[in-house]
Design a protein around this ligand. Structure first.
Ligand SMILES: NC(=O)C1=CN([C@@H]2O[C@H](COP(=O)(O)OP(=O)(O)OC[C@H]3O[C@@H](n4cnc5c(N)ncnc54)[C@H](OP(=O)(O)O)[C@@H]3O)[C@@H](O)[C@H]2O)C=CC1
Ligand SMILES: O=C(O)[C@H](O)CS(=O)(=O)O
Length: 484
């Protein structure tokens, strides 16, 4: 049993139309702790029928929520925000137990996730329309912005809470109901969020959390004409499939997909700051984030110095069960993830890369993996083109600024990129030349609720967070008034 202060936050049922319910079939999915392999509990294995029921409930509840003022919705959301922060310790324990990240990272994610609720509760009060000067006598032209309607959200295991609030907060704030399917490996954080939303007074049917068969639930979400918006965070492969499925009913789609972030260090960089940024960007969540540095491009003049300094820092990372004190890297989510990391390392070494540190499964066993650095990495290796999604830092060499930009852009992904330089001309040239949605300059952690998060190319569509993040949940309506 998890050491929760409030055990009612540990929910093993889905939340549908304000009720805690089981699957119609009674079937369940087992959820395990990746650090220990122990069974944490079960959640319902739902499918299309329960999803249809949730969508119908959302449709019935929508008008009353939509017709509240933005301020009234914001007040309810503020209560939800406060409850999340008041229960942060319990929520962090739940998150670490089901996902594996260290408690400190879980607490960080809860603060980050709650911040989207605070931000969009306020942002909704500023969803302004327009009055357009008419070009005909007797007319008045007005633009309204209105809630798009029922929003379906499908979220990943790597950020079990923040990816939900990053989608639900703008939706709820502008007046949309949501139907959520969290990742089957990490459902408890989502269900705890629903419990707190219920306590905050978010009406029945406005938030629904379904667990179960992804393909069946997603199939109903994408086919049901009542759903007007799908927001997805996860793999590019699934994102493409969902986008195709949404075409049948022309839904608005937001996709936050895979990445292949370059982390470029020029010879004029503050190397010690670059080391700090590289550790933060590469090893956060054991490398399991879509914005992790996936390729480290180091200018040849500082390559050996950077590799030595990075190795010293990486060897100090403490690996273990995230529920224990002072752990900096937890386990990977499952053995599939471990095998992918091993395959990337084996491929690189077979093609000439050198293991500077780590390189194999951790002595702790299960899905723990040693924080790893590879040197002498070249672009013919899998780590150059695939998202490793693990604690592996592959070091590439480059000679010139132009070569660094060419290497960085040589990917179908375009989510996040990072570079370190203190030359102001170079900072502008490189920032403008990188083909990415987000660029960290002398910073390794750039995600925040106040800035637009999202990518280009095959990393996705749309932006989450910031003043831009609300537009994806609105429709524009143009009124042309004549006879005035
Ligand atoms: N951009 C990002 O932030 C993320 C990127 N990724 C990338 O994706 C890779 C795989 O991670 P993973 O979590 O398996 O990502 P997936 O894309 O497989 O899963 C993400 C979410 O989509 C759901 N899903 C899976 N298949 C379908 C489907 N056919 N229809 C509807 N929903 C579906 C999953 O449900 P269920 O859990 O039940 O399978 C989960 O809720 C990672 O290695 C990484 O490269 C992963 C997570 C986040
Ligand atoms: O999906 C992810 O990996 C997250 O979006 C990364 S972040 O927003 O927590 O930085």
């Amino acid at each position: 049993m998890l050491p929760l202060k409030d055990t009612r936050l540990f929910r093993q049922q889905a939340y549908l139309n304000g009720q805690w319910v089981n699957a119609d079939s009674g079937k369940t999915i087992v959820v395990t702790n990746p650090a220990t392999g122990e069974i944490l509990g079960t959640v319902p294995e739902m499918g299309a029928v329960e999803t249809q029921r949730a969508i119908t409930a959302a449709q019935c509840a929508w008008a009353a929520w939509r017709d509240k003022t933005a301020k009234e919705r914001a007040q309810v959301m503020r209560g939800w925000y406060n409850l999340i922060l008041e229960n942060q310790n319990d929520l962090a324990i739940l998150m670490t137990a089901e996902q594996g990240k260290p408690l400190a990272e879980s607490k960080g994610e809860i603060n980050y996730g709650a911040a989207f609720i605070e931000w969009f509760a306020e942002e909704a009060k500023r969803v302004y329309g327009d009055v357009i000067p008419a070009n005909k006598q007797g007319q008045r032209l007005v633009v309204l912005k209105q809630a798009i309607g029922i929003v379906a959200a499908i979220t990943p295991w790597n950020f079990p809470m923040a990816m939900i609030t990053r989608k639900c907060a703008p939706a709820l704030a502008v007046g949309c109901p949501v139907v959520i399917k969290p990742a089957s490996q990490t459902p408890f954080s989502a269900l705890a969020l629903a419990e707190l939303a219920d306590r905050a007074g978010i009406p029945a049917g406005i938030i629904n959390v379904l667990t179960g068969n992804a393909r069946a639930i997603g199939g109903e979400m994408t086919a049901n004409p009542l759903v007007r918006k799908l927001s997805f965070t996860g793999s590019t492969e699934i994102g493409k499939s969902l986008m195709q499925q949404c075409a049948g009913t022309v839904k608005k789609v937001s996709l936050e997909l895979g990445g292949n972030a370059p982390f470029i260090v020029f010879d004029d960089a503050d190397i010690d700051k670059a080391i700090i940024g590289a550790i933060a960007s590469k090893y956060r969540n054991a490398g399991q984030t879509c914005v992790c540095a996936n390729r480290l491009l180091i200018q040849e003049g500082i390559y050996e110095t950077f590799a030595e300094k990075l190795a010293i820092a990486v060897k100090q990372l403490t690996v273990g069960d995230g529920l224990q004190a002072d752990i900096q890297q937890g386990p990977l989510i499952d053995m599939h993830a471990v095998e992918k990391v091993e395959a990337h390392i084996q491929d690189a070494v077979a093609k000439g890369a050198r293991i500077v540190c780590g390189g194999k499964r951790h002595v702790l066993g299960k899905t723990f993996f040693e924080p790893t650095i590879l040197a002498d990495v070249t672009s013919d290796m899998r780590v150059a083109h695939e998202e490793t999604f693990g604690p592996v830092a592959p070091l590439f060499r480059f000679k010139t600024e132009a070569e660094a930009i060419q290497m960085a852009n040589d990917t179908e992904f375009g989510l996040a990129a990072y570079f370190y330089s203190r030359d102001v001309g170079r900072v502008w040239r490189v920032a403008e030349a990188l083909e990415y949605g987000m660029v960290g300059i002398n910073e390794g952690i750039i995600s925040t609720e106040v800035a637009p998060f999202g990518g280009i190319k095959e990393s996705g569509i749309g932006r989450e967070g910031s003043k831009y993040g609300v537009d994806d949940f609105l429709e524009i309506k143009y009124l042309c008034m004549g006879g005035i």
